[in-house]
Ligand binder design. Structure first.
Ligand code: ADP
Length: 480
């Protein structure tokens, strides 16, 4: 099949979160089974600096984005048999960060229009276009209004329903040239604003999200982020397909970013040496026996950080070392900075994004905390398991679907879990993990080996995506 993915970020070029991992792993897996796969991404400043020299120039064309007349240039590069196209617009994309300049609505309106213009300009044909997250949500609607000749069909994948691309209504006139019909008929209207994500859900042929549990959760008031009613309308077109990770990239046996490579058979030695290396890197006492507890995360309320903050004194009183790698809301950044300051030698907070350090933390830690309020899929727990770092998670979304809770009576499980979003339950579970680590170390090590054996590659999930694509291909498209 000819498959196109459109997203706001993707490895091996650019990443701020799990979406980028998926945009690397899924297309690569689909290409392995002889599909013809392309990806379209914005050409951000970092990509321009690091990769531009390897790109081929494709073309330049005009883009009329509402009242703005501008142009886009296209570059491309083939990686792992996947053709990556980049949309270049110096003003919109060549900025230090990817998001958050206050004009994301305008930038991704332009991106959406440029994607459809590019397909028309290059006369590209696709059996299915897989759109990802709010940034691409208006594409099927614009297709329906201005690009019917393209005959495209869409799967819309929700990676996180909490980010919906909600903007003032004026944007639909000024940046998308869409008139009030599509506001009044409800395809874009979201309270008194417009929502890109709502348009994506309603105008795509199928909707998917990134774990079976999250697919059920988002139909409820609790997790539906005020779009549960809209999703209910698409209930029979909604699929929950678990994300996977790229085990060529996340493999402790071959990972060049960690101090010592190791596999299941030499995990004890590998974990020990990597813990010492991590302690050295972070300026902590070098002691392979002490339990290393970590977090690698965006700092937002989704990640359950207040549970950790509420219990911080109890946590600190344990015989552990703590490594936190993350960036995000400044409120959380300041709390974690103070935590490090007040607990020198015990807690290290690295404020920022650091891929190399993330790998070393997975390799050198014993426990990864993910007490999320909600978690559409979560990749960190999958990576942690592969590196023999046991995840401690709340049973929500993809965390529930991937971590098997430890059961000491039958000696099974790949991590520790708790059910309710409650700081005492979380802390009791940490205490449980702590006791198993120190008092039943053999059981802990057996669990490490079980975790390292888990297989959450994209292989099986890619088959489910292909099934969805085939269904879409076989039917008349909503936007035709
Ligand atoms: P989300 O997509 O909500 O951020 P996921 O668990 O799905 O969460 O994916 C997070 C990915 O980003 C993982 O690969 C994780 O290792 C990585 N990551 C998160 N924060 C950082 C950071 N500060 N530095 C390096 N990698 C990070």
């Amino acid at each position: 099949m000819k498959i196109l993915h459109v997203a706001a970020e993707g490895l091996p070029f650019i990443k701020t979160g799990g979406l980028a991992d998926v945009i690397q792993a899924l297309p690569k897996e689909l290409a392995k089974s002889k599909n013809n796969v392309s990806v379209i991404l914005p050409l951000y400043l970092k990509i321009a600096i690091n990769n531009h020299k390897d790109f081929d120039y494709v073309c330049t064309f005009d883009v009329k984005s509402g009242i703005i007349n501008t142009s886009a240039s296209i570059f491309k590069q083939v990686v792992d048999n996947v053709t990556f196209y980049f949309i270049q617009h110096q003003y919109y994309f060549e900025r230090e960060s990817l998001y958050g300049y206050g004009d994301d609505g305008e930038r991704f309106s332009f991106f959406s229009l440029a994607v459809l213009n590019m397909i028309r300009e290059l006369k590209l044909k696709f059996d299915v276009v897989n759109l990802h997250d709010w940034h691409t949500g208006v594409i099927p609607l614009i297709n329906r209004i201005y690009f019917k000749d393209l005959k495209l069909k869409y799967v819309y994948t929700i990676h996180n329903l909490a980010y919906q691309g909600v903007f003032p209504k004026e944007l639909m006139h000024s940046c998308l040239s869409i008139d009030d019909t599509y506001y009044n008929n409800g395809l874009l209207k979201f309270n008194d604003n417009i929502s890109f994500m709502k348009a994506g859900i309603l105008c795509s042929d199928k909707v998917s999200t990134v774990s079976p549990t999250y697919a059920n959760e988002i139909l409820t008031k609790e997790f539906g982020e005020n779009l549960d009613g809209v999703l209910e309308l698409r209930r029979y077109d909604l699929a929950g397909i678990l994300n996977g990770i790229d085990y060529e990239f996340y493999n402790p046996k071959t990972d060049p970013k960690i101090a010592l490579n190791y596999g299941i058979n030499d995990s004890k030695k590998g974990k020990k040496e990597n813990k010492i290396a991590l302690q050295e890197m972070l300026g902590l006492e070098k002691n392979p026996k002490v339990m290393m507890v970590s977090m690698i995360t965006r700092l937002t309320n989704q990640k359950g950080l207040e549970l950790i903050i509420n219990k911080i004194n109890d946590l600190i009183s344990l015989n552990i070392q703590v490594a936190i790698l993350g960036s995000g809301d400044s409120e959380y950044e300041n709390i974690f900075k103070a935590l490090e300051y007040n607990n020198k030698g015990k807690v290290v907070f690295y404020c920022g994004y650091n891929e190399d350090l993330a790998h070393q933390i997975y390799a050198g830690s014993d426990l990864l905390l993910m007490p999320s309020l909600f978690e559409p899929c979560g990749l960190s727990q999958m990576i942690a398991m592969k590196y023999g770092c046991l995840p401690l998670v709340r049973e929500t979304g993809g965390l529930k679907d991937t971590v098997i809770p430890y059961n000491e009576y039958v000696d099974e499980g790949t991590g520790f879990t708790f059910t309710y979003f409650n700081d005492s339950d979380m802390f009791n579970t940490i205490l449980y993990a702590y006791n198993v680590y120190y008092k039943q170390n053999n059981a802990y090590n057996r669990m490490v080996k079980r975790a390292m054996k888990t297989n959450y590659s994209f292989k099986e999930s890619a088959k489910l995506y292909v099934g969805l694509y085939k269904e879409v291909k076989s039917k008349r498209g909503l936007n035709e």
